[in-house]
Design a protein. Structure first.
Length: 365
């Protein structure tokens, strides 16, 4: 038992698969994904965006392949990036084959949309021959006609039935290098669908609230939906779907995992909302520090508290802490212990120095 059992999350045991060099499922860390929004045929722009997404902390990046030029452009794209690429395929089986041959690490498909059994066999052969996994991606907005007729509207049971049907199609071809998603823009529908699916299969699950909206509402919807499932121990890889820069999706995804203690990356800032008691401008200080410390990838905790009401207590539980004091004399804490007084004018530079110093110690210990 851990020191703080109330924080323990018992993850659901799933099969382990490979998405390129990233292992998904099993006991592996939950991976964060995003997707490019460039034209795939604009090879340079797509490479640049993939590299930006990867630099922010994405483990896997998805790229849409709507036509032959796009799926064949993947070869040049993949040669110039250092992150596994998932090819997003809809309807035409040849796009999946071309993407696998071009070096995609995973194909995102709905086998039921690909065509007859012979076409599915060709896709599976291409995936197997090129060490390519497959994600069965079920969406509430594109369910099979007969399933919609049966259930009258998208519902959790409909999404799960579609997923299981598509899993069976691939299993009939003796292909099990799979991960599954059952996405909806409705938080309640998504949560219920994933909970049902997790009881019926041990394939790794890709979590997401699809078409979640702009930055603010999309981040909130995704945090509620994915956070609920992750607390249940459900989920092996995640994507936050925002109508925004995909880099922002990665930031939110990593923050969700950090908040639940499922992955640690970069500086975790604990800060107060500020009030009349603050000894320095907390909000502006946090904004500046977020930018100045964005290059840090090593896990480290930092508390920025404006007064002595909660400041010393929070600082005692973080690697580095600052508590606001009278007349611009603030107290710096290192490893939970009072270190020295720091003036407001020198505070930011001092904090950055201490964070970088602590990171160096951690990385070289």
């Amino acid at each position: 038992m851990s020191i703080r059992p109330f924080r323990d999350i018992k993850r659901r045991k799933t099969k382990e698969i490979n998405v390129g060099k990233v292992k998904v499922g099993g006991n592996n860390p939950i991976s964060v994904q995003s997707m490019t929004n460039t034209l795939t045929t604009d090879v340079k722009a797509t490479i640049d965006q993939i590299n930006e997404i990867h630099a922010e902390g994405a483990d896997i990046v998805r790229v849409s392949c709507p036509d032959e030029l796009s799926s064949k452009a993947l070869k040049e794209i993949i040669r110039n990036v250092d992150v596994p690429i998932v090819a997003d395929i809809h309807f035409h089986y040849k796009r999946a084959i071309e993407a696998a041959v071009s070096g995609a690490s995973c194909l995102r498909i709905n086998p039921g949309n690909i065509g007859n059994k012979n076409k599915i066999k060709e896709v599976v052969k291409a995936a197997r021959d090129n060490n390519c996994s497959i994600r069965v991606g079920v969406n509430a907005g594109s369910l099979e006609k007969d399933i919609l007729e049966k259930y009258k509207e998208p519902c959790p049971e409909a999404l799960v039935e579609s997923a299981l049907r598509n899993i069976r199609i691939l299993e009939d071809e003796n292909f099990g290098n799979l991960k599954i998603s059952v996405k909806s823009s409705d938080v309640f529908l998504s949560i219920k669908a994933y909970r049902l699916l997790s009881k019926t299969t041990d394939y790794p699950l890709h979590l997401g609230i699809t078409e979640a909206g702009g930055f603010l509402p999309g981040s909130i919807k995704s945090s509620i939906g994915l956070g609920t499932l992750l607390l249940d121990g459900i989920g092996d890889t995640i994507r936050i779907s925002l109508s925004d820069n995909p880099v922002e999706e990665v930031k939110i995804g990593n923050e969700i995992l950090k908040s639940l203690g499922l992955r640690e990356r970069g500086v975790k800032i604990i800060s107060c909302p500020s009030c009349a008691r603050q000894g320095f401008q907390v909000i502006e200080t946090v904004k500046v520090l977020e930018k100045k410390l964005s290059h840090i990838k090593t896990p480290i905790t930092l508390s920025i508290i404006g007064c002595v009401v909660n400041g010393p207590g929070e600082a005692s539980m973080t690697d580095i802490g600052i508590t606001g004091g009278n007349k611009g004399n603030n107290m710096l804490y290192l490893s939970g212990v009072q270190s020295e007084k720091v003036t407001t004018n020198e505070m930011i530079e001092k904090i950055v120095h201490e964070v970088e110093k602590k990171v160096y110690e951690i990385e070289n210990s």
